[in-house]
Unconditional design. Sequence first.
Length: 441
Amino acid sequence: MRPIIPCVCCVAWLAGSALAGGVYWSDRNPGRLLFMGFDGSNARALTVTGAVTSLGTNVRGLAVDTVSNRLYWADNQSDRLLRAHLDGTGSLVLHTISGGNSFPADVRLDLAAGHLYWCDRDRNRIQRSNLDGGQVTDVITNAAPTGPYFLDLDTAAGKIYWGDFDGGAIFRANLDGSARETLLTGNNRTRGVRVDPLGGMLYWINRDDAKVHRCPLAAFTNGTITLAHPAVQTLYTGLDTPHGLELDLPARKIYWADTGGNAGIGAGDKAVSRGDLDGATPMEILATGSEPWDVDLDRRCASYAEWRTRCFRRDAVPDTTTPTADPDGDGLINAVEYALDAPPLHPDSSVLPRGLLVPGPLPDTLYPAVSFRRRATANDLGYEIQVSTNLVDWTGSVADPPAVAVATRPLGDGMEEVTVRALAPASSHATFIRVNVIFTP
C-alpha cells in the first residue's frame, strides 16, 4: 500500500511577466548599490531613505535577506554596518565600529540563528552581531596573516570559511571559532570565498591571477593543499581584477564582480559577469560600473520569463528555452523544472516529489501522502494533487482536492516543501498520488 508518484505533468503555459528577483551589486567608488535582472537587464541604482540617505563612500560587503526583504552592507569609510529594505527604504545603522583602525568588509547572514557576520581586515578578526546590530562578538581573532577578507557560512555543518586579504590562504573553522584549519595556500590574493555544502565544493577568486577556481571539499580531508593540487579546478581565466563572488546553485550559475583595477588587461573589467558552476560555457558580461565590488542574489522568480533569464544564457537557442522543451533530456520539461526549481540543463532527480505514508485523524491508520517543492512566489503556477487506484482514472482538482496539507517547510529563495496527505486512508488496494503542475496564462 505504498503511495507512489507516477508522474509530474504540466498542462498549460505562459510567457512574459515583470521581473521580481535579480542581482544586487555594489559599485564602490561612486558609493552605489544597484539592482538588475539575472541577465543584466533593467539595471538601476537604489535610492536610500530612512536613517541614512547615503550608502557611504566605500561600500564593501553585500548580503540579501529574501525572508525579511532586507539588504545588508558595510561602509568601510565610516566603519559602519547598515541595513535597508530591498528597495532602499527604511535604512538603519546597525553598528559603528569605534576607535578607528578598522576595515569592515564582506558580510554574510545566518538567518536561522539571527546573526550578521563580517570581516574586519585591519583588526584581523571576524565578528558577528544580532541582525539588529546588537551583541557584537569576536568569533575569530588573528584570523589571517594579512587580515580576513571575504567569508561564507555553512550553517548546517556549523562552519565558517574565509580568505586572506593580501595572502593566498583559505581557512575554515567552527562557527564559534574553534577547530581552525588552513585548507589551501598559493593564491595571489584570495577573494570571493563561497561554499556549496550539498555539492561538496569550495569556490573562490584568485584576484591577481585573474581566475575563478573551485575544489571538492573532500580534497581537504587530509590537511592543507596548495593551489597546484590536481583537485583544484580553474573555471574562468583571463579576467581583469575579479573580486566578489556569488553562487546560484539551482540554476548552476556563478556570478562575480570585477573592480577593473587592471582595466584593459583582461576580460570583464569594471563589470558584473556570470558563468557556469563547472565553467562549461564562456562568461557573460551582464553590466558595467565604475568599480563593481561585491554581488548577491535575490533568487525568487515570479514568472517563467524571469526564471528563463536566470537559468539560460542570453544567447541560448530559443527552442531550448520554451516551456515545453526538455534540453537536458531528463523527462521533465522546462515548465516543470521551473515549478520545482530544478536546473533545466542538468538532470537532477533530487527535486522530484516523493511518496510516503503519514498518520492521519484515525488512530493507528496511515494515509498516502506526497512531499513536493512549490514555488510560493510565482504568479503563473498552480499545484494540484490527484489520487488513483489504477493509474488510469484520477480524481482531484484545485476546486475539489482529495488531500490536505499537513506540513509546509520554507526552503528559501521563494521555495517551500509541502507535504499533503490524501483524505482517505490507505486500504487493501493500491493507492497512487501525484502532483499536477498547472502552468497557466
